[in-house]
Design a protein around this ligand. Structure first.
Ligand SMILES: [Fe+2]
Ligand SMILES: [Fe+2]
Length: 282
């Protein structure tokens, strides 16, 4: 079965109707969980804008890619919707998923607009390379997203949040697998694409949401979830997976990012020490 057929066979909006909302309300959420969930809901709700931007490009109008993007966008929307529901059930005042999406976009920083512009430029000048980059970037971000939901599931005392995070993480893992396999296919034997993608990852890697959140906000959220030296473990795990792709041997963009942002973090979430080989990046 092709990648896309497998995806089509299992794609669905994340189930939430069977969750035990009564228990969710009784146990409640910690302040930190609320912060993380608000951030996740904001970022998930922005997928539609990534989708809109990329679907404007001629090179993305490949039927298989459009099919994937449609399902991906649909699933991500419901991640935001489900998180919003949980927050509301637990007494957190929050706009609906659609209202949040519009507000976050309205505040999108110059960086988001610049990203859109650069994306268009790359897509027009080197269309095939752009697709390689899109797949690679997608895999890199979905891998972090999967780790983030799993961490939240492992740490929470709220069984409903745990179950919701596990269900969402399962879909994120599937998104990662699609992007990763596509990326492998696109990068194989294409030295220019490999070098270009590696260069962009080294220069610009930051966790998803960089356009609509400040660097410090993104860094704080990641460090809150993976405090202390754990940030290097998780980022190291992600880049090692990505390093399996053609031309990516020894990739260290994610751990270098973690070293670079240490000074932006509240002292209690900072790493006790930056690994020696990353100290120049810090
Ligand atoms: Fe998601
Ligand atoms: Fe995803």
């Amino acid at each position: 079965m092709s990648d896309i057929a497998q995806h089509l066979a299992v794609s669905h909006k994340v189930d939430i109707e069977d969750l035990d909302w009564e228990t969710a309300r009784c146990v409640g959420l910690t302040k930190q969980e609320v912060e993380s969930l608000l951030y996740f809901a904001d970022i998930e709700s922005q997928t539609v804008h990534y989708f809109l931007e990329v679907s404007k490009l001629k090179v993305a109008r490949d039927p298989e890619l459009l099919t994937f993007l449609t399902m991906w966008n649909y699933e991500e929307y419901f991640h935001s919707y489900a998180i919003t529901r949980l927050l509301k059930e637990c007494g957190v005042e929050v706009d609906t998923a659609s209202e949040r999406a519009a507000k976050v976009r309205a505040n999108a920083r110059f960086k988001a607009k610049f990203e859109d512009f650069m994306q268009g430029l790359i897509a027009k000048s080197v269309p095939r390379t752009f697709i390689s980059l899109w797949m690679f970037w997608g895999a890199l971000q979905e891998c972090l997203t999967t780790q983030a939901y799993e961490e939240l599931a492992n740490l929470t005392k709220n069984p409903v949040l745990e179950e919701l995070c596990r269900r969402i993480a399962k879909q994120e893992r599937r998104h990662f697998a699609y992007y990763f396999n596509q990326s492998k296919r696109k990068l194989e034997g294409r030295r220019f694409d490999q070098k270009f993608v590696r260069l962009i990852a080294n220069k610009f890697y930051a966790p998803v949401g960089g356009g609509v959140k400040t660097d410090a906000e993104g860094a704080r959220l990641v460090a809150q979830l993976f405090p202390g030296n754990r940030i290097f473990e998780v980022m190291g795990y992600i880049e090692k997976k990505m390093a399996l792709l053609p031309g990516m041997d020894g990739l260290d963009c994610a751990t270098r990012w973690a070293a670079r942002v240490q000074h932006m973090l509240p002292p209690e979430t900072r790493a006790s020490e930056v690994p020696e080989h990353l100290q120049a990046a810090a």
